[in-house]
Design a protein around this ligand. Structure first.
Ligand code: SF4
Length: 111
């Protein structure tokens, strides 16, 4: 059965909200960005059966690729906690109201 895109986006939202909540994150208040990311993920899910990250490239190496299955926060927690957002900006720390103000910090600069 193929799920329609809107239904898929709703399902991902419902599934992920409590997971990221427990990690101290929430969906970004930037609704347009959230909508765009979720749409990409529904497509990736349709293609691979796994909701891979919409902003990170797959390499085909299992160890790498399994670390970019959304929400990948537990794998990259230190980095994301520094930025207060995930790479794509789909998720931000719960207290973030203005996601555009958050800097991207290269991984190498996170100690
Ligand atoms: S960077 Fe964000 S959108 Fe991408 S997989 Fe990780 S949590 Fe999901």
């Amino acid at each position: 059965m193929t799920m329609d895109v809107e239904g898929g986006k709703r399902a991902l939202r419902e599934q992920w909200a409590p997971i990221v909540d427990a990690l101290g994150y929430k969906f970004s208040p930037d609704e347009e960005l959230v909508d765009f990311c979720l749409e990409q993920e529904v497509t990736l899910y349709g293609k691979h059966g796994i909701p891979f990250c919409p902003c990170q490239g797959l390499t085909g190496e299992r160890d790498h690729d399994m670390r970019i299955v959304c929400p990948c926060i537990p794998w990259h927690r230190k980095h994301f906690d520094r930025m207060r957002r995930c790479w794509c900006g789909l998720f931000v720390h719960k207290d973030v109201m203005d996601p555009d103000s958050l800097p991207q910090i290269p991984e190498g600069e996170v100690d």
